[in-house]
Design a protein around this ligand. Structure first.
Ligand code: GLA
Length: 389
């Protein structure tokens, strides 16, 4: 479904739910990270792109201080009163994301008037493609139009990240919100997570494509493994005497090995190597040197699997299948993407082989993992946008 079709469908749902036309429509995309995993909260580099899967919010004023949010994906609507102080609902509550964003606007003195909204999405929920960032950024984009105050893009991404920290209880880095705000068609985004300086990397070569395989498994529901990895990275930085692992080198780490728990050592080895690979990969993408970029993706996966230990059997199966197909069959590289413990893998493939590769990955994955995967190709897509101002 295209973004315009999704927007039309959401407008129809709004009409059916609230018996009037929506006044505003805003959208924000999910993302796939090509390389640079678990580096954002270590002040490192990431190289994601927005995908052409969006979360759309259609809304209209309701003349009260109430906000009513309907979501196609949720059982029951959420409502809140802007005249009362906002607070997060129970952990895992879907509306925590938009409510956290509204709270961020209120904290900046940008309190909206009451409104009704309908939310729908083509970003698979909880599939490691940043469905939560898409929801936050779509909500922030809607609030920009409602309040008539356009935020600076960096401030907007940080407001959404804070919503995720404070309202959803997930101590995420800045990658997902940044790419959902700043994505650009036909470009990857090389983001320096320390300076927050984004750099667009063109990816226009029609001979390659990014094939996303959703394993359709999620092994970790609480985010505990993520927070633990963050803490281990901080511990490693402390032992090395640096502000963050961005400032550490492999040599420094090897010298400190005896003073470090082996697990912490491995976590740091992943991060230091991954930051390097990400910068190299951006260079290779710029040069359309796809075989080398693909090798860096395989190396990233191995490091995430063995040192960072955030992969899982199903993701490893997809990467194994990619390797078995190999460059002759059109697969140049493959890796898990996102936080891990399930979710999606991303493969760099020859565009004219996409159909054959998709069929083979789907069949072999289903045979080995006993689960049906979902596969799709995405060009680098546009970041958040207003469809009806
Ligand atoms: C999740 C987080 C991001 C990032 C990735 C891992 O998607 O939201 O900030 O840390 O995991 O790279």
């Amino acid at each position: 479904m295209t973004l315009n079709e999704l927007a039309r469908q959401t407008a129809v749902q709004f009409q059916q739910t609230f018996h009037r036309e929506p006044h505003w429509i805003a959208a924000a995309p999910g993302r796939v990270n090509v390389i640079g995993e678990h580096t954002d909260y270590n002040d490192g580099f990431v190289l994601p792109m927005a995908i052409d899967r969006y979360t759309v919010i259609a809304a209209a004023p309701n003349g009260s201080s109430q906000v009513t949010l309907h979501s196609g994906a949720a059982q029951s609507p959420a409502s809140l009163d802007l005249a009362q102080p906002l607070k997060p609902g129970p952990k895992g509550y879907w509306a925590n994301y938009p409510v956290g964003v509204i709270a961020g606007f209120v904290a900046r003195g940008l309190k909206p008037a009451g409104f009704d909204a309908v939310i729908s999405s083509t970003v698979p929920l909880g599939g490691g493609l940043s469905s939560s960032a898409a929801l936050e950024v779509a909500a922030a984009t809607l609030l920009e139009v409602i309040t008539g105050q356009k935020l600076d893009p960096v401030e907007k991404a940080l407001l959404c990240q804070k919503a995720e920290h404070d309202y959803a209880g997930m101590p995420c880095g800045i990658m997902d919100q940044f790419i959902s705000v700043m994505g650009k068609e036909n470009h990857l985004l090389l983001l320096d997570c320390r300076s927050r300086q984004p750099e667009l990397v063109p990816m226009t070569d029609p001979s390659v494509a990014l094939l996303i395989t959703n394993t359709n498994v999620k092994h970790e529901l609480t985010g505990g493994g993520y927070a633990q990895r963050r803490a281990q990275c901080e511990q490693a930085a402390k032992t090395l005497g640096v502000r963050s692992l961005r400032d550490a080198t492999e040599d420094m780490l090897l010298q400190a090995r005896g003073r470090m728990d082996e697990t912490v050592f491995r976590r740091a080895r992943h991060v230091i190597g991954e930051i390097k690979r990400t910068v190299l990969a951006a260079r290779e993408v710029r040069a359309s040197n796809w075989p080398v970029a693909g090798q860096l993706m395989y190396a990233s996966h191995a490091s995430l699997r063995d040192d960072y230990q955030v992969s899982c059997d199903e993701l490893d199966v997809v990467v194994d299948i990619g390797r078995a197909i190999g460059p002759q069959g059109g697969v140049l590289g493959c890796r898990m993407t996102g936080g891990g413990f399930g979710g999606c893998a991303v493969a760099l493939v020859r565009a004219d082989h996409v159909d054959a590769i998709s069929k083979r990955v789907a069949a072999e994955y289903e045979q080995r993992a006993k689960i049906k995967p979902t596969l799709f190709v995405s060009r680098p897509a546009a970041g958040a946008l207003v469809l009806k101002p």
